[in-house]
Every structure is written in C-alpha cells, then in structure tokens.
Design a protein around this ligand. Structure first.
Ligand code: LAC
Length: 224
C-alpha cells in the first residue's frame, strides 16, 4: 500500500547540527554547548507558545533561543553575529542519505510532504538550498493553523490539506515529541533514531516503525 508521508523538517530531513561550524567561528570552544541549548530552548519556546496560544513565526523561537543561549553561556553576540547565525539556520544542510531515500520513496508511489513548525517560506528556502524541493508533492506549515506541534490540530490539518486520513498517512520524524503527537492523534509513525544514544520518551507509546536513517523507510513501508 502507498502512503501520504509527512516528513518533519528540522532534525529529520535537515541537520540542525549544521550550524556547529558557524558557531565555532563566533563562540569558539562553547559552540557545542551553545548549540545544544539553542535547539532545546527553541523547541521549549515553541511548546510554551503552543500551551499559551501565543503563536509566533518559528524563526522567532529560534532567535529568542539564540539570545537565551548567549546569556546562559556568557557569550555576548554582536548584531552582526546574530544575523550571521540566523542566516546560517535558514540554509542548514540535509542529512546525507535524504535525497536518494526520497527518490526511492517517490518511485515506489508514496506522496511526499514536508511538514514543519517552520514557516512555508523557511521550509521552501531550506529544501531548495538542499536541492530536494522538487521531490515533494507539497509542504504543510503550522503557520496555517497558528499553533505548533505537537498540538493535535496540526496533524489533523495535515490530513485535511493533503486529502489523506490517519490510516493512510505516516509521520516521519527524528523528534520523539513529534512522534508522540502524531501517534496519539492516530497517524502511523516512523521514528528516525539517528544515534543509539537518542532516547525515545518513555510514555508507554511506541512508534509504528523505528529506522536509523531514511534509507530503510521504503522497505519498512512495504510491510504495511
Ligand atoms: C519541525 C521541527 C519541530 O520541522 O523539527 O517541525
């Protein structure tokens, strides 16, 4: 059976750690800790925005989290540094296997959508820079519903916008909060566990499939 595939973007198709080199230029030896704080706070801010129903563009969460990281790690940033880092975040690289894996999935007849907390414009820029935009049937941004993942509204909106159902769609994500959001809403889910050290939140809910990168997704979907 073929499915409508909802690919999470940041941390699934696109490597948020791609900003490490840029951070090393600006904050030197604190680049690693800065990067970890930045990503964790960016997500926390999006969750808090959703809980408070105070939606902003995801790039605002990215910016606010960058400012927080600079304060926490005592690494003051000039306006120029901030612009440089935020620009780097708009052209992050795709993970190496993504392009060929998407090509295989498309050839197998699945419908491919990017599905992100990022704005339509941000997703478009990232995917076109990574040269994978043409492989998608479309993109779905939470900006259309003005609330972030993992609110169930956004998964329902995905089904509505792509003319799919819970039963005929798969959420593919490296972010376990996203898998839990989609699974509790009722979609099939594929968790991309890129490192054995990455822990799946122990909420008593399991993804439909677990893969270590996107290469094996096609074969796993054939089993359904
Ligand atoms: C996204 C973030 C949550 O692309 O990874 O939706």
């Amino acid at each position: 059976m073929t499915f409508t595939l909802a690919f999470d973007v940041y941390g699934t198709l696109i490597d948020t750690r791609g900003v490490l080199g840029n951070l090393k230029e600006i904050v030197g030896s604190r680049a690693n800790v800065f990067m970890e704080t930045w990503r964790a706070k960016q997500l926390e801010y999006s969750f808090r925005r959703a809980a408070m129903r105070q939606h902003v563009d995801f790039s605002q969460c990215t910016k606010d989290a960058m400012e927080y990281s600079a304060l926490l790690h005592n690494t003051p940033l000039t306006e120029e540094d901030k612009m440089y880092l935020l620009r780097a975040y708009t052209i992050l690289p795709a993970f190496p296997e993504v392009k060929s894996a998407l090509e295989a999935l498309k050839l197998a007849g699945h419908r491919l959508f990017a599905f992100s907390n990022g704005s339509n414009k941000a997703i478009h820029t990232l995917l076109s820079h990574a040269k994978i935009l043409a492989l998608f049937d479309g993109m779905v941004s939470v900006e259309d519903v003005q609330i972030f993942k993992p609110s169930h509204e956004v998964y329902a909106y995905f089904n509505k916008k792509t003319n799919s159902t819970k039963e005929t769609s798969f959420l593919i994500s490296g972010n376990s909060f996203d898998i839990l959001g989609a699974a509790t809403y009722g979609m099939h889910t594929a968790w991309v566990q890129r490192s054995p050290q990455t822990i799946f939140d122990p909420w008593g809910i399991q993804p439909s499939v677990v893969i270590k990168d996107l290469t094996t997704l096609n074969a796993k979907l054939n089993l359904f």
